[in-house]
Design a binder for this molecule. Structure first.
Ligand SMILES: [Zn+2]
Length: 522
């Protein structure tokens, strides 16, 4: 008998004591709804720690909940609000499809909808898209801050490259690492060059191997023509150098360490890249730090790389970071095989293999014109006026509910950090901590302050952007056109189940069930 209602409860990132959607409250609301419908509730929760709804990873409750959907006794799924369930359009769209296939109803209390009707499903789909935009805006804001600092201040972001350390007193600028290892026979002690583990000069057995020295050696050898990653790895290891992993532990070099070091030669030369070094990113501007390795040496490494054509023009063109927007969606209309993205001779294609099955059509087509056709198809996506009004009202409500506690929390955090900083100063004045300790703790607190300020300062513009977005929710093509490539890809996957093409023309596009009412037939 179908009489079980699966209830999913999630504690969000930001929450205050008075929050109306505390896990306890969510539980009570779901319980009441299940009882009202005559179902037996079963609870799945991700209520501990900070679990973001953006990704399924790190949400064991959600994954356990999804595992139950195949059970024959499940009649409904109840969530307090859709944003509690998932903030990823793709995840939610996939869930909707699965629920639809299994004839399980989805009930969202806050949005007051259930998916028994096609309109209810369509409505949920749209809300999911809006939710996605909202969290996209949040992560984009972070990216914009980073981009700004990269472009205008020459700041380096991301993992600290090997052989470098960060100068916290100078915006975290990179500088040569002073760290390395002391080798005493078979033993290894991490430390600084001017602080040998045995002060006794007579202990000649202790040998210094600095991380920055290892980097310099590797570059010299490469520039001189010893260009194999494996050979360089062996040479570094034989000379007693060690690699420092991200947790700060020394270990032997492997060939990937060597590859990464060489790929980052423009960073070591004192430049900021417009992407990731290992993806072949180009130079954006001069960095706010002096070259880590002499620029002349870096230039020789670069010249050698180009000669070897290993990271030369071809490599960079290939790794421009093009996303195949229709990846996972596109099939050959003639033979039914899935088509994947490939890059060849400076052009992007979708292609399927010829070997498996005979195909009457060409197995390959240019990616760009095909992507454009899908965008054109989105012009037919429209939202009826009354539904649009409901969606806009609801989204505003969601936005307000989320923005306010976030503001409050950020302000409280800022006040607390301010007090912490004051206390720290007193400790320093009283001489209870030394200068280095003071600098370290101060930098730590300042980083936290910056993070809190970012939270606070950008909330109103977000609201404005979402408003803009809402007014054109029925013109999804425009929204998609302006979006980033990853967002486009995600939206396509949320909107479509399958797209087929023959010789560069789209022959069939199947929207997901929720989106079907919105596509006017041409
Ligand atoms: Zn085919």
């Amino acid at each position: 008998m179908r009489n079980v209602a699966l209830c999913y409860v999630r504690k969000s990132m930001v929450r205050t004591a008075t929050d109306a959607v505390s896990p306890e409250r969510q539980r009570a609301n779901c319980q009441a709804e299940a009882t009202r419908r005559g179902y037996v509730p079963e609870f799945y929760e991700d209520a501990e720690g900070h679990r973001s709804g953006r990704s399924e990873k790190g949400r064991p409750g959600w994954l356990a909940f999804k595992d139950q959907l195949a059970r024959p006794d499940v009649a409904a799924v109840i969530v307090e609000s859709l944003s509690r369930a998932s903030r990823s359009v793709k995840d939610l769209a996939t869930l909707l499809d699965e629920l639809q296939a299994r004839e399980i109803a989805l009930v969202s209390l806050k949005e007051q909808i259930d998916t028994a009707t096609a309109m209810g499903r369509a409505f949920i789909g749209i809300i999911a898209v809006i939710n996605q935009f909202e969290s996209d805006i949040a992560s984009e804001r972070m990216k914009m801050t980073i981009t700004f600092k990269r472009e205008h201040k020459g700041q380096h972001f991301g993992y600290t490259p090997f052989g470098c350390e960060r100068d916290q007193a100078a915006d975290g600028a990179l500088r040569p690492s002073r760290e390395g290892v002391w080798r005493i026979g078979d033993a290894v002690v991490v430390g600084l060059r001017d602080e040998p583990p045995f002060a006794d000069e007579a202990r000649a057995a202790q040998v210094w191997r600095g991380y920055h020295d290892a980097l310099g050696r590797c570059f010299e050898w490469y520039a001189e023509g010893d260009t194999g990653n494996i050979a360089l790895r062996d040479r570094l290891n034989a000379a007693g150098y060690l690699y420092r992993d991200r947790r700060g532990n020394p270990r032997a070099f492997d060939e990937n360490d060597v590859r990464r070091m060489l790929a980052a030669q423009r960073v070591y030369a004192g430049f900021i890249l417009n992407g990731r070094a290992k993806m072949g990113a180009g130079v954006l501007r001069a960095a706010n730090f002096a070259p880590i390795v002499p620029r002349e040496l870096c230039d020789r490494v670069q010249a050698m790389m180009v000669t070897r054509r290993k990271y030369g023009a071809q490599f960079i063109a290939h790794r421009k970071g093009r996303l195949y927007l229709l990846g996972d969606l596109l099939y050959c209309g003639a033979c039914g095989q899935k088509m994947g993205g490939v890059f060849q001779d400076g052009k992007a294609f979708y292609r399927h293999t010829r070997a498996k099955r005979q195909c009457s059509a060409g197995g390959q087509t240019l990616a760009e014109p095909l992507d454009a056709q899908v965008l054109e198809m989105l012009q037919r996506f429209t939202v009826p006026e009354d539904l649009k009004t409901r969606i806009v009202a609801l989204a505003r409500q969601m936005l307000q509910a989320q923005a306010r506690p976030e503001h409050r929390a950020a302000r409280a955090t800022l006040a607390k950090l301010g007090r912490k900083l004051e206390n720290l100063k007193e400790l320093r004045i009283d001489g209870e901590i030394d200068r280095a300790e003071y600098a370290r703790r101060k930098a730590e607190i300042e980083t936290q302050i910056q993070a809190a300020q970012a939270h606070l300062g950008d909330t109103p513009p977000d609201a404005a952007r979402l408003e803009q977005l809402l007014t054109k929710i029925d013109r999804i093509a425009d929204v998609v056109r302006e979006g980033s490539a990853p967002r486009k890809k995600e939206l396509y996957r949320a909107l479509f189940e399958r797209i087929e093409q023959v010789d560069g023309r789209i022959t069939r596009a199947i929207p997901r069930e929720w989106a079907r009412p919105f596509f006017k037939t041409a």
